[in-house]
Design a binder for this molecule. Sequence first.
Ligand SMILES: CC(C)[C@H](C(=O)O)[C@@H](O)C(=O)O
Ligand code: SF4
Length: 473
Amino acid sequence: MQPRTLFEKIWDRHTVVKEESKPSLLYIDLHLVHEVTSPQAFEGLRLSGRKVRQPDLTFATMDHNVPTINPYHVTDEIASKQMTTLEANCKEFGIRLADLHSAEQGIVHVIGPELGLTLPGKTIVCGDSHTSTHGAFGALAFGIGTSEVEHVLATQCLWQSKPKTLKIDFTGLRPLGVSAKDLILAVIAKYGTDFGTGYVLEFTGKVIEEMSMEERMTICNMAIEAGARAGLVAPDETTFSYLKGRKYAPVGEERDKAEVDWYSLRSDEGAVYDKEIQFDITNLEPQVTWGTNPSMGTSISGKVPDPATIENEGERKSVAQAIDYMGLTPGMKISEIAIDYVFIGSCTNSRIEDLRKAAEVVKGRSVSPQVTALVVPGSKQVKKQAEEEGLHEVFLEAGFEWREAGCSMCLSMNPDVVPAGKRCASTSNRNFEGRQGRGARTHLVSPAMAAAAAISGRFVNVNEWRYEKEEVV
Ligand SMILES: CC(C)[C@H](C(=O)O)[C@@H](O)C(=O)O
Ligand code: SF4
């Protein structure tokens, strides 16, 4: 047999129907559901008198609409309706639901891995673009639209055109204090928001191999911001040890067998990708976005671009428009940008390691008086663990707010919004106009950088605090 990539192996295993130059029918191993994109899908099932084909392969949670001060007090009518509807639908169709009372509730892309539902080799879908997160486990995971949600509920299958493969190989040694978030922001800053269109990205290289699962999740989470269908990291010992003891992960002999199988999914020596990119991280610095899409970003030591120096007219206009919306001055230093809000949370960066990294920076310091700063754990389990470690005290003592689990300020679908004209350093993944609230301005950064910004009231290179000198390991 020809050498195959990780993607091809998972694809081949799940193809139920295949026809030349037509979409294939794929079997879906795990369908994750949340309150925003599922109501019409369930309604469609009801109208056509159908059942959920595999309720045991379906798992639901509430995240987008959940108020993070008092989750049980939902004042918004649409939010409240979406949540009660999900509850009723799960009951009617026999689907497991991590509702607000459940100790398992949280952002869908945080709880899937945490519960061991996300496993290598699976096909995973959810009516949510950041489903790419689960690719960190070597699962083929991607977002689908509401009509597809209905299709998967009814059949456990999905029609999909076969994407192409793109390998992103990180070369060089990771500079001290440079996070997974910085890596993916830098890749998107260099190649843009659509270089991944039509591709599944596989991230490789020593730095990826040495990363924790949570860091790999941060990288794969943002594959979608590069336009990609999905992101992938090859399963390895790090993956297997993360999964050990997780609620739904295999145990005993089954686990041993599964691990052998999972390992066999890794891309074969000599496997051919449709495209390959090498990205050298040797001189990488912490990243900050200045604009209104994730590719409009630079290093902490960089500057806001000056549209006058951009030759291409289209680009010049879009940069000028972004700078105008963001209320910045062309050519100003990133380190001169003062902020009003800090949001540490979202499916990109709300896991325990993210909170630890932020707390490490915050410890013994205070939030700048003009800054409102929130820490929002990605799940109830993350919150519990953080409290057991005393991280909440570090944040609270410094002047951060410590909230309940949910999507929160990542997008304005719940009470956590950034007011118009205000500027937020955010650990989330999208900085589009109005993303965190109408007229709100978002700068994407890592948890450590967000923590440092909260304290300084402006962007600073967190490594200058943490390490006497910026040495390279
Ligand atoms: C609400 C949902 C459909 C949306 C998505 O698909 O990603 C949201 O999670 C987001 O991050 O913008
Ligand atoms: S945290 Fe943000 S990006 Fe993630 S699912 Fe929620 S809204 Fe989407």
